[in-house]
Ligand binder design. Structure first.
Ligand SMILES: C[S@@+](CC[C@H](N)C(=O)[O-])C[C@H]1O[C@@H](n2cnc3c(N)ncnc32)[C@H](O)[C@@H]1O
Length: 319
């Protein structure tokens, strides 16, 4: 299936592709390859897959959408850039999500500013599917100022594989290197970068395991401590802050950087391993978040979700 998000994040389209078309719509195509059929358009999206909005659809449309979601391959497209993701092929890799797309929107805004033309190299810390690195490489080429060098990191080997698969065909003359970070071993770079991006894990929790993309806030600390190695005086850092943990990390960033919010959105926290309360770990995690008032709670769940947060993509420049 393909999820296409419009440029201003006002609608999300769900498409069936190739052989999926027959299974979802009944339509027989002699040569399904390359064909796409629009199944549904969601307006004012709050998530890539908004289960509450899906459940409110008329039942036959709801079930067509549910059938589409059964296919393991998912292509996410925003602003002409797309990445194919599947949990079977890249286990445990963060799929392009609403925060990824909001981040891409902020990059789009940054690239609209004249001073961003000097950006010739970038570093992504925690690439997940590779969507954002691919976005930067493609968009910079489109505006006639291609990136010379990109370095891409993650702690999940499959994330690096996913990013490589996504980027290889579009990188052209851009030199791209990859490194596998080890938890608690620090970010190692050989040179500073004009642009550093990171959409780090942002849900604070009482005790941390190191290989889980959702936990802890250690990456914020690491980036802040190493910022003078990662960045030059004119470099830009783009990162994501969530209302869940903003109080814990934002003030320290403000001491070091001039900060400007480029994109902001209120979204549900839809990460079942945190919120489902089906394990001791999840029960403890939610209890911790509730006790410390880190979540916006819709107790009657009229919005379709119990837990909400505000995510914010912020440009940080050295003071
Ligand atoms: C919220 S996901 C964001 C993924 C992707 N950038 C996106 O926006 O879709 C955070 C990513 O950071 C990675 N990560 C966590 N700790 C890391 C570390 N110490 N070094 C590098 N990557 C890390 C996780 O594996 C995960 O892929």
């Amino acid at each position: 299936m393909k999820i296409r998000v419009d440029r201003h994040l006002k609608k999300v389209e769900f498409w069936a592709q190739g052989k999926e078309i027959q299974k979802v719509t009944g339509e027989e195509l002699r040569r399904p390859n390359g064909h796409e059929r629009l199944i549904h358009v969601f307006s004012r999206p709050r998530l890539m897959v908004d289960t509450a909005a899906i459940s409110r659809l008329p039942s036959v449309r709801r079930d067509a959408v549910a059938r589409l979601l059964e296919f393991p391959e998912r292509v996410v497209e925003y602003d002409g850039v797309s990445v194919a993701w599947s949990d079977a092929r890249y286990p445990g890799v963060w799929a392009p999500s609403i925060d990824t797309i909001l981040f891409a929107r902020a990059i789009r805004r940054l690239f609209g500013e004249r001073h961003s033309r000097f950006i010739d190299s970038f570093l992504e810390i925690g690439c997940g599917s590779g969507f954002l690195s691919k976005y930067i490489i493609q968009k910079k080429r489109q505006i006639g100022a291609p990136i010379s060098y990109a370095h891409i990191m993650d702690i999940n080997r499959d994330a690096l594989l996913s990013a490589m698969d996504a980027i290889e065909d579009v990188r052209g003359g851009t030199l791209v290197s990859y490194s596998l970070n080890r938890p608690k071993q620090g970010i190692k770079v050989a040179r500073p970068f004009d642009l550093v991006i990171s959409n780090p894990p942002y849900v604070s929790r009482p005790s941390s395991r190191d290989n889980n993309p959702f936990e802890g806030l250690f990456l914020y600390k690491e980036i802040l401590e190493r910022s003078r190695e990662l960045m030059g005086r004119r470099s830009v850092l783009l990162t994501n802050f969530s209302s869940i943990s903003k109080n814990e990390v934002y003030p320290a960033y403000q001491k070091q950087f001039r900060m400007k919010t480029l994109a902001r959105m209120k979204v549900p926290l839809k990460i079942p391993l945190i919120t489902a309360r089906l394990s001791d770990e999840s029960r403890k995690w939610v209890a911790y978040l509730e006790k410390h008032k880190k979540l916006m709670v819709d107790t009657r769940e009229r919005s379709g979700y119990r837990y909400w947060q505000i995510i914010e993509i912020v440009e940080c420049r050295m003071k």
